[in-house]
Design a protein around this ligand. Structure first.
Ligand SMILES: [Zn+2]
Ligand SMILES: [Zn+2]
Length: 370
């Protein structure tokens, strides 16, 4: 398997029938530098007309009972035996290894590609740029084991679109709150000083409580939920944010030469996560809308209506490898170029460096001593 990794860029996607080069007939690929299609054989370029109609809000409640939103294009899903990641590729494309863990135990499945993406941010950072960033990152990590450097040398870095959901919802929340207001009373008490009783007068703060109830309404627009579970969340956090203003309509051309991770958080699970986010905002909103020194929310019950969703893809360069049964990843934000990664520390290198430091110290000691 390793022998083919050198040509990973050409083997990962092959024979995508719908986008042939008009001048030589080769398969074109999406080129992040120009934002168009480029022929790898004759460098012929073709523009892609980017659109952003943003009219792709889909009815959440209708998603379950219709196949209408399924990915209609010819796609195949590859599943990784090692980490379970599912990758969506063009029908005739071949995956040699899993982008998310580096394993070559990856096979095509009968599974459908799921709901078709509506919006995406196409790659803006090219593979060469991502690879250069990988090189720079490795240089700064001397204690990384050689295996990492091998995956760097083989240019084992792939462009994957990560799946996200966004939800819109009207909310109407019935609430009960406990409101406390401060008031002060003058109290006199007896204290003993040197065995003598003495009267002390002071202002003491008290709280008067009452309950209020009402209805709080709020519209939520584009609550973004990650539907990928295959990229280390801490790493992903570090390469964010994505500039969501650049979202454009999904186009099959942007996928050419790239893969998409099939979502592993379902539309329904994603909405449950979105509700957790909304609930917190609703509580904050209720607390902020009520006058009082202390506002405690006792009970909230929320109705969600007019729920719509979009399936969104965001670009990420990934290089993954396994070391002692653990997966390590290096990632580059495909839009902004921000990088992050983790790696195992090579014990051998640490020991060798420690020994050489000790040897140097010993020699210095001998010199000083003589
Ligand atoms: Zn060509
Ligand atoms: Zn895997």
């Amino acid at each position: 398997m390793l022998t083919s990794l050198d040509e990973q860029s050409s083997t990962i996607v092959e024979e995508t029938e719908n986008i042939k080069c008009p001048s030589c007939g080769s398969n074109t690929k999406f080129d992040p530098e120009t934002g168009g299609l480029k022929c790898p054989s004759c460098s012929h370029e073709m523009a892609i007309e980017a659109t952003s109609k943003h009219n792709v809000e889909l009815d959440f409640n209708a998603a379950g009972d219709s196949l209408y939103h399924l990915w209609q294009e010819d796609k195949r899903v590859f599943s990784c035996d090692s980490c379970g990641a599912e990758s969506v590729l063009d029908a005739n494309a071949i995956a040699d290894f899993c982008s998310f863990c580096g394993s070559s135990h990856i096979a095509v499945t009968e599974k459908d590609a799921g709901i078709q993406p509506g919006l995406m941010i196409p790659f803006h950072i090219s593979k060469d740029e991502a690879h250069a960033k990988f090189k720079e990152w490795i240089k700064g990590h001397f204690f990384a084991p050689s295996k990492l450097k091998v995956s760097y040398r083989l240019q084992k870095i792939s462009g994957a679109y990560l799946p996200y959901w966004t939800y819109d919802s009207e909310t109407s929340s019935r609430y009960v709150v406990r409101v406390g207001n401060y008031y002060y009373v003058t109290e006199t008490r007896t204290v003993y000083e040197d065995g003598k009783a003495k009267q002390v007068t002071e202002q003491v703060r008290k709280i008067r409580w009452h309950r209020e109830s009402g209805i709080y309404r709020k519209f939520f627009d584009d609550v973004l939920i990650k539907a990928s579970t295959r990229v280390e969340p801490k790493l992903l956090q570090k390469v964010q944010p994505f500039q969501m203003a650049s979202l454009t309509d999904y186009k099959v051309d942007y996928m050419s030469g790239f893969l998409a991770e099939r979502y592993s958080v379902s539309l329904q699970q994603g909405f449950t996560e979105a509700q957790d986010y909304m609930k917190q905002r609703i509580i904050n909103g209720i607390e902020g809308s009520i006058a009082g020194d202390i506002v405690e929310v006792v009970n909230v019950s929320t109705d969600y209506s007019d729920i719509t969703y979009k399936h969104v893809l965001l670009p990420l360069w990934i290089s993954s490898f396994q070391f002692n049964q653990k997966v390590y990843q290096f990632i580059v934000n495909g839009q902004t170029g921000k990088v992050s990664g983790n790696y195992p520390i090579s014990i051998l290198k640490v020991v060798l460096v420690s020994i050489s430091v000790l040897v140097v110290l010993f020699i210095v000691y001998l010199f000083i001593d003589s």
